[in-house]
Design a protein around this ligand. Sequence first.
Ligand SMILES: *Cc1c(COP(=O)(O)O)cnc(C)c1O
Length: 433
Amino acid sequence: MIDRDTFVKIFELTNSQNVWRLKETINLIASENVMSPAAMAVYINDFMHRYAEGKPFKRHYQGTKYIDELEVLADKLMGELLDTDMVDLRPISGTIANAAVFRALAAPGEQAVIAPVQAGAHVSHTKFGTLGALGIKQVELPYDEERMNVDVDKAVKVIEQVKPKFAVLGGSVYLFPHPVKEIAEAVHSVGGKLVYDAAHVLGLIVGKAWENPLKHGADVITASTHKTFPGPQGGVIFFSDEATYKEVGKTIFPWFVSSHHLHRIPATAVVALEMKEYGHNYAEQITKNAKKLAEALAERGFTVLGESMGYTMSHQVLVDVSKQGGGAKVAAELEQANIILNKNLLPHDPPEAVRNPSGLRIGVQEMTRFGMKEPEMEVIADFMERVAIKGEDPAKVREEVKQFRSQFTKVHYAYTLDDLQGITYADAIKLLE
Ligand SMILES: *Cc1c(COP(=O)(O)O)cnc(C)c1O
């Protein structure tokens, strides 16, 4: 007897997620995105069953001739976006990319400097995360409160004193680009390397809305392939420095990855192709939308951070909702209205406020992908005002959110069915639409 009830439950839960989060909610989680139909069509494939330990054409397994060719092609397409031919797609996530790079650049007991937590450093850069697990000592660079960024002059002095093996810039909660050039010069002058963690902003960099850190002195870029870069969940590393490229290549396997989840490689390659074509328009629209949403929220009475610098240059908007009851309360109320975002510590919050921080972190990249532009940012700000400031019943607002969202279900900045006419995969894409 098959366990029909349990099967139906599994199926229904999965299907409910698909409908709810893909069609009925305004998703403003800053670290998420959706793939294009063309990428989805190559995501479900036999590679998900296979292994290919080692580097392309030098594997420890038989049966890898197609993944060898595909991985070389995917590395090449990704590299073209950042103008380098040294790319490694084997890390299965941004955290694993960081682990491989950090461990290759420093041994346990050695030191690294990181961007201050207030300037958005990710937990993997800290003693509580990957860096700590590797036994690498961490020194936080000084923070400039007014500019919401690394304090460059003080940071240079710290680097000269500490003489770290490497510095880490980039983060998870940041509105303005970190000072790559100045920190690269300082860390190079003491024989260290600069790692730029572009997990959040890779899509902005490949779309040229943000400058390419490799052009300004970064030796390595680590990233996730699924935040502003709209690919499958995974990790990637780009290099400008050949010795580091080779060294890191030796640490990924066997230290951090055995299977590198091969099925994401063709999908990542498709997204790279799409970004070559549409990445610039996509990235520009993201930054315009973020600025517009920040302005619209401020006009409606929200306390939006970064006002004196034009609110934001990234895909993110940070809002202080302590007057509205705090981040935990407001995020939960908004979820009732099908607006999904996360509570977040703001630069002025003490670390122990993590359960009820004063802020919300908002990202506009996914709604931009679904075709929303500046006028739609005003509509989102209205919904948020009604729930969080005017105290309207979230269940009532939810019906209007669903109605609004139903007009934006097609993924933009991606190949369309027309583009792919005559390509076999178009049939698979039809099934997905
Ligand atoms: C999300 C994030 C990571 C981790 O990426 P995963 O792919 O989730 O492992 C690393 N660094 C930064 C700055 C991030 O925001």
